[in-house]
Design a protein around this ligand. Structure first.
Ligand SMILES: Nc1ncnc2c1ncn2[C@@H]1O[C@H](COP(=O)(O)OP(=O)(O)OP(=O)(O)O)[C@@H](O)[C@H]1O
Ligand code: NI
Length: 311
C-alpha cells in the first residue's frame, strides 16, 4: 500500500516555566493510503498534539521539529498560505468538544457549507444542495428544516455529527478526528461508526484519536498506542487484540470490562526525562536494561513495538 503521510522523529515541546513538556517526543509513523488508523493512549499522552501538528494547528507556545511528509512536502515547514489550501480540502480535522468547536452565531448549514464554498463550489445554491445531502448523510433530518438552525438548538450528538459533516464537506483525502465518540450515547456512537465505515469504503484515509478501545476495535485497520509522547506499539487490529505485546498495551486490554477491569498500576516513582523507558516504574516486566530507551522494533511491515522484551 502507498504511504500517504510519513511522520519521522516528530517532537513537539512546550517550554513551561522552568521545564519542558515533551508532548510529542520522537514519533515515527507511516500512514497508508485509505487505511483507518486508531490512535489510543491515556490522557496527556500526546494524541491531540500529534493530530494538530499534522494539520499545522499547533498552539503558538510550542516548538515543533521533525518531518511530516505529505506529497513531497514537509508540512512542518510549509508556509501558512499553503497549509491553508491543504487544510479542509486535503487533510481535515474533526475537533474534540463539539459545543466549543462551532460558531454559535452562524447557522449549522453555513458552517458545514464553508469548506465547500472555500474549496469546491462557489454557487450558493449548489453549496446548499450539498449541505442538505450531508445533513441527510449524518441523519440530521429533515435537512430542510435543520439547515438554518443555530448550534444551540442541537444536542451534543447532533453537534458531534455536524462536526464530522464539516470535516468531510471538502472531500478530504485524510480525515483526522479527535475523540469523535466522547460524551455521546450509544445511538450516536453507532451513527458515527457507520459514517466512518462509509468514508473508509470510499477510500478516505482515517485517523481516529480515541480513548474508546471498543470503538477502535470496531473501526480500525491498525492501532497505534501512544505513551508519554511516543508510539510504543503499532499493529494490525487483529494481532493487537489477539496478542498485545507492549506491557502497557497488555494492561490496557486487561482493563476492559470483558477482561475483568484490571487497572494498570500507577507508577511508584515519577520518571523524568532520563532517557529510559517511560513505562518502567509501572511495568511488571521491567529490567535494568529499561533504564535505556528502547528503539521501535519492527516486527512485520507496518507493525512495531518499543520494548526490550522483543529485541
Ligand atoms: N497549549 C499547551 N501548553 C502547554 N502544554 C500543553 C498544551 N497543550 C497540550 N499540552 C500538554 O501536552 C501533553 C499532550 O497533550 P494532548 O492534548 O496531546 O494529550 P491527549 O493524549 O490528546 O490527551 P486527552 O486524551 O486528554 O485528550 C499534555 O501533557 C498537555 O498538558
Ligand atoms: Ni486529546
Amino acid at each position: 500500500m502507498t504511504t500517504i503521510l510519513d511522520v519521522q522523529q516528530l517532537h513537539v515541546h512546550f517550554p513551561v516555566s522552568s521545564t519542558i513538556i515533551r508532548a510529542v517526543n520522537g514519533v515515527d509513523i507511516t500512514i497508508k493510503q485509505s487505511e483507518t488508523l486508531a490512535v489510543i493512549g491515556e490522557s496527556g499522552s500526546g494524541k491531540s498534539i500529534l493530530g494538530l501538528a499534522i494539520l499545522g494547528l499547533l498552539p503558538a507556545n510550542c516548538t515543533a521539529n521533525g518531518i511530516i511528509q505529505y506529497r513531497g512536502d514537509n508540512l512542518l515547514t510549509l508556509p501558512e498560505s499553503e497549509l491553508e489550501t491543504i487544510r479542509g480540502r486535503e487533510i481535515a480535522w474533526v475537533p474534540q468538544n463539539p459545543a466549543g468547536a462551532m460558531n454559535p452565531l452562524m447557522t449549522v448549514g453555513n458552517q458545514i457549507g464553508e469548506p465547500i464554498s472555500l474549496h469546491i463550489e462557489k454557487d450558493k445554491n449548489k453549496v446548499r444542495k450539498k449541505v442538505l445531502e450531508l445533513l441527510q448523510f449524518i441523519k440530521i433530518t429533515p435537512p430542510e428544516e435543520r439547515i438554518d438552525s443555530y448550534p444551540y438548538s442541537f444536542s451534543g450528538g447532533m453537534l458531534q455529527r455536524s462536526l464530522v459533516a464539516m470535516g468531510i464537506a471538502g472531500r478530504p483525502e485524510i480525515l483526522i478526528a479527535d475523540e469523535p465518540t466522547k460524551g455521546i450515547d450509544v445511538m450516536n456512537k453507532q451513527a458515527i461508526l457507520s459514517f466512518f465505515q462509509t468514508l473508509h469504503e470510499e477510500g478516505i484515509t482515517l485517523v481516529i484519536i480515541t480513548h474508546d478501545l471498543l470503538f477502535a476495535r470496531n473501526i480500525a485497520d491498525r492501532i497505534a498506542v501512544m505513551y508519554c509522547g511516543r508510539i510504543i506499539e503499532i499493529r494490525r487490529k487483529q494481532e493487537f487484540f489477539n496478542e498485545p505485546l507492549h506491557p502497557y498495551s497488555r494492561g490496557l486490554l486487561r482493563s476492559l470490562p470483558e477482561n475483568g477491569l484490571y487497572p494498570i498500576p500507577s507508577g511508584t516513582e515519577e520518571i523524568g526525562d532520563d532517557g529510559g523507558c517511560k513505562f518502567r516504574s509501572r511495568c511488571t516486566c521491567a529490567t535494568e536494561r529499561c533504564r535505556e530507551e528502547p528503539q521501535l522494533i519492527t516486527l512485520l511491515e507496518g507493525s512495531a513495538v518499543r520494548c526490550w522484551l522483543y529485541d
